[in-house]
Design a binder for this molecule. Structure first.
Ligand code: HEM
Length: 224
C-alpha cells in the first residue's frame, strides 16, 4: 500500500492538486438545483424563477464592480507586497473594465449606476480584514472569479435574454477562451499553494463557506 493512502492529512481530491480540493469543497456548498454536485437543500427561489428588473441588474453590476475593484486594484496587483497576490495580477479573468462598459451602456438606457449596497461594502470590509492572510484571500479570489465563469455565465445568459433581448454583455465575455484562462490560473494556484503546509491549506479551504455567504448576498440582487 502506498503511504499516501493512509496519510491522515489527505483531503478529498488532494491527489489531483490543491485547486481540485478547493473545487470539491465549493461544489458541495452549491444547492442541489444549482449544480449536480451540490449537496445543500434546494434554494427557496431557484434561478429559473428569478425575474429581476433592469434596475436590480444594474445594482448587481454596481455591487460586483465594488468587489472586483478591490481585488484588481488593491489586492491582486503586480507590485503587491505579497508575492502570492502578484501572481494573480493580469490573469485574463479581470472584470473591472467589462463591468464599466456594461454600466455605461445601462446608464445610456436610463439606468444610472447606483452606489454599492451593504452587500458589496461589507464584503470588501471583510476582505480588508484578511489582507495579510494570503491563504484566505486566494480562496475568496478563486471562488469569486471561478463562480462567475460557471454559474455566473448561466445567470448571465438568462439575464441577457430576459432583460436585454439577448444582447451580449461585456461582463460575460473574455478576451480568450475562458476555459484556457481557467486552466492557466489553476496551474498558478497549484504552484502558489504547492508548498503550503496542510494547516494553511485547510485554513484556505475553510474560507469557502464565507466566500459563498458574501457572494450570495451580492447575487441576491437578482434573486427576486
Ligand atoms: C461551478 C452553478 C453560485 C463557486 C459551478 C458549476 C455550476 C454552478 C453549474 C459547474 C460545475 C461543473 O464543472 O460542471 C452555480 C449557480 C449558482 C452558483 C447556479 C448560483 C445561483 C456559486 C457561488 C460560488 C460558486 C456563490 C462561490 C462564491 C463555484 C466554483 C465552481 C463552480 C468555485 C468551480 C468552477 C470550476 O471548477 O471551473 N457552479 N453556482 N458558485 N461554482 Fe457555482
Amino acid at each position: 500500500r502506498s503511504a499516501k493512502l493512509t496519510d491522515p492529512e489527505r483531503r478529498p481530491g488532494s491527489l489531483k492538486g490543491f485547486v481540485n480540493e478547493m473545487r470539491m469543497v465549493a461544489m458541495k456548498l452549491h444547492t442541489k438545483d444549482q449544480a449536480k454536485e451540490g449537496m445543500q437543500e434546494k434554494s427557496t427561489l431557484p434561478i429559473t424563477e428569478w425575474k429581476p428588473k433592469q434596475s436590480d441588474f444594474v445594482q448587481f453590476l454596481a455591487d460586483s464592480l465594488h468587489v472586483y475593484e478591490y481585488f484588481e486594484e488593491e489586492l491582486m496587483v503586480a507590485d503587491s507586497p505579497h508575492p502570492e497576490y502578484a501572481r494573480f495580477a493580469d490573469t485574463g479573468l479581470e472584470r473591472v473594465a467589462s463591468l464599466k462598459t456594461d454600466l455605461a451602456y445601462l446608464a445610456s438606457l436610463g439606468n444610472p449606476t447606483p452606489p454599492p449596497t451593504a452587500a458589496a461594502t461589507k464584503y470588501v470590509d471583510y476582505l480588508k480584514s484578511l489582507e495579510a492572510k494570503p491563504e484566505a484571500v486566494i480562496c475568496h479570489w478563486y471562488n469569486y472569479y471561478f463562480a462567475h465563469t460557471a454559474g455566473g455565465r448561466m445567470i448571465g445568459r438568462k439575464m441577457q435574454d430576459q432583460l436585454f433581448e439577448g444582447r451580449e454583455l461585456a461582463f460575460y465575455m473574455w478576451e480568450e477562451d475562458v476555459s484556457d484562462i481557467l486552466n492557466r490560473v489553476r496551474g498558478v494556484i497549484d504552484e502558489v499553494a504547492g508548498d503550503w503546509p496542510r494547516d494553511v491549506k485547510d485554513d484556505c479551504l475553510e474560507e469557502t463557506g464565507l466566500s459563498f455567504a458574501y457572494s450570495g448576498t451580492v447575487l441576491s440582487n437578482l434573486a427576486k
